[in-house]
Design a protein around this ligand. Structure first.
Ligand SMILES: CCCC/C=C\CC(=O)SCCNC(=O)CCNC(=O)[C@H](O)C(C)(C)COP(=O)(O)OP(=O)(O)OC[C@H]1O[C@@H](n2cnc3c(N)ncnc32)[C@H](O)[C@@H]1OP(=O)(O)O
Length: 291
């Protein structure tokens, strides 16, 4: 992982600004296949560029195991010196990732809940802090933690669907580090409005506010992603990694310093009765919407 060597100085800088707060209160798992099949990696004709596909029907939701599998795949790709870039995408037709698996949050298993959040934090560390150039090929909806996956990439192209942090609509609030990623990407005022209203942006609106970098046609996603990956790989790796450390190091180290505190906040937040009521209600709405 790229941030380990220089974490001392970054940690010192981040100590001042550590303030972790949670601000609000509010099933089942679907894929029949085993977690090992939920994430696949593929080579491309350029040995420096790999593809990581999320493959957990029906919605690529992030359960503990899904987070772990994505993290594992990133680490495996990083361990190959030749690999310099990864394209993160979905094999599902209309969904990039529907965010956290709500079955992890609703009536949670008390022992599993901290491990789940730890795996989600780890995924943030592994993707946002990867030594690889990361291209988000967002080929469908990317709400909430799905948006976190996109925000953690270095460059985002999107063909269809909606993207944003809609947590407030579920009666919850994004964790500070995810909120900060959003603010760092689109700016405080736009983030303030979008976080409060739980706005999901279509591709055009997402491009307008700088949440994505490019809109691409559905059939062109992988070609454009490969072209962009080649452009990122053409930058000398030490410079690319140093730039990433410059822009992301403080935020990553801040969470590393506060990891346990963040898990504790999350667990007590999710276990609140009101939070559980809101989640139950949201699930009902999801099911009704389908009917
Ligand atoms: C406490 C702080 C934590 C903060 C951090 C992150 C928070 C989160 O990530 S919370 C998750 C937020 N996600 C959402 O609000 C998305 C909810 N889903 C949708 O809006 C739609 O599913 C979506 C627009 C993504 C796709 O719509 P459709 O193509 O019409 O698909 P379906 O709605 O039919 O979904 C298929 C299937 O998947 C189930 N599903 C969808 N999302 C989730 C989810 N996040 N967790 C669990 N299950 C989910 C949905 O119910 C359908 O199930 P079936 O009815 O059994 O087919």
């Amino acid at each position: 992982m790229m941030f380990q060597q220089s974490s001392r100085s970054l940690l010192d800088a981040s100590k001042k600004s550590s303030s972790f707060r949670w601000t609000s209160s509010v099933g089942r798992t679907f894929s029949s296949r085993s977690p090992q099949d939920w994430v696949t990696t593929e080579e491309t004709d350029d040995p420096s560029i790999a593809i990581l596909k999320m493959n957990r029907a029906p919605a690529n939701t992030l359960s503990l195991e899904m987070c772990t599998e994505i993290s594992k795949a990133i680490k495996e790709l990083e361990s190959n010196k030749k690999t310099q870039a990864v394209i993160l995408t979905s094999s599902l037709p209309t969904i990039f990732s529907a965010g956290l698996d709500l079955t992890e949050l609703h009536n949670p298993d008390k022992d599993r809940l901290p491990a789940f959040w730890g795996a989600f934090q780890q995924l943030y560390f592994d993707l946002y802090g990867s030594r690889l150039a990361t291209i988000g090929a967002i080929n469908g909806h990317a709400p909430a933690a799905g948006c976190m996956l996109a925000l953690s990439c270095d460059y985002r192209i999107m063909s269809k669907g909606n993207i944003g942090l809609n947590e407030s609509k579920l009666g919850i609030c994004a964790p500070p580090w995810l909120g900060q990623q959003f603010i760092d990407t689109i700016g405080l005022r736009k983030a303030e409005l979008a976080l409060n209203m739980g706005t999901l942006f279509d591709t055009k609106a997402a491009l307008d506010i700088g949440l994505i970098d490019e809109i691409v046609g559905e059939d062109d996603v992988m070609d454009v992603a490969k072209t962009r990956a080649s452009q990122w790989v053409a930058i000398p790796a030490p410079a690319r990694v140093a730039c990433k450390e410059l822009t992301r190091g403080r935020q990553l180290n801040e969470l590393k310093e506060n990891r346990k505190q963040d898990v504790d906040h999350f667990c007590s937040f999710v276990n609140q009765e009101a939070m559980q009521r809101n989640l139950g209600f949201y699930f009902e709405q999801l099911a009704k919407r389908k009917k």
